[in-house]
Design a binder for this molecule. Structure first.
Ligand code: E4P
Length: 219
């Protein structure tokens, strides 16, 4: 399973990359705004900076919502770097644009997906990735993980190559459950990824080993 980090924070992207487990980055307009990245030139420069850190795919989201504008914006984003994936919302013109990008060999990430039907449409349009937002579904008392299971079943039934990119991941159990179901990718904050490291028995076991070593060495 691939690990993407869901942030536009360069320091966190570097930290995840240096950990050696980073396969890509997802961003969205809210995450860019959170880092204070505004204005066309700054946004473009920031995407390029992210692409310089990671070896994996970098999702850059379009702001446009009509077919012609999505195509223009998406094609410009795709030209920035070979690792750029054009992130397109699950709307009617977005589905049309994904089909267009797919026919041109431009990678896409269909975002804001909350149902199996939307995921089916994204796959039929040829999306490279589909992003079901599991945390936001959990937030409204709907089982986000059930959606991942449903999409896995549907994609496997027909051999769709669209990769399931479980998004809106909030904690390590989301990652573990996604891995059990067979999600192709998860994207979440660095804190959810590093939380996988933690176990109190690891900490106490290491403390004991080091203490025994020091005692034997007469320290
Ligand atoms: C997906 O690509 C989105 O950027 C993201 O995962 C949304 O997560 P949130 O619900 O924590 O904002």
């Amino acid at each position: 399973m691939k690990f993407f980090i869901d942030t536009a924070n360069l320091a966190q992207i570097k930290e995840a990359h240096e950990l050696g487990v980073l396969d890509g980055v997802t961003t969205n307009p809210s995450l860019m705004a959170k880092e204070g990245i505004t204005g066309h030139d700054n946004i473009i420069a920031h995407y390029k900076a992210i692409c310089e850190i990671t070896d994996g795919d970098v999702s850059a989201e379009v702001i446009a919502t009509t077919f012609d504008e999505i195509v223009t914006e998406g094609e410009a984003l795709a030209k920035l770097h070979p690792r750029i994936v054009v992130k397109v919302p699950m709307i009617k013109d977005g589905v049309r644009a994904i089909k267009h990008f797919s026919s041109k060999g431009i990678k896409t990430n269909c975002t804001l997906v909350f149902s199996a039907g939307q995921a089916l449409l994204a796959a039929k349009a040829g999306a490279t990735y589909v992003s079901p937002f599991i945390g936001r579904l959990d937030d409204v008392s709907t089982d986000g993980m059930q959606l991942i299971e449903d999409i896995r079943l549907i994609y496997d039934n027909y051999g769709y190559e669209t990769q399931i990119l479980a998004a809106s991941v909030r904690h390590p159990m989301h990652i573990i459950q996604c891995a059990k179901i067979g999600s192709d990718v998860i994207t979440g904050p660095l804190s959810a990824i590093t939380a996988l490291l933690k176990h109190p028995l690891t900490d106490s076991g290491l403390a004991q080993f080091l203490a025994d070593h020091a005692k034997a060495a007469g320290k």
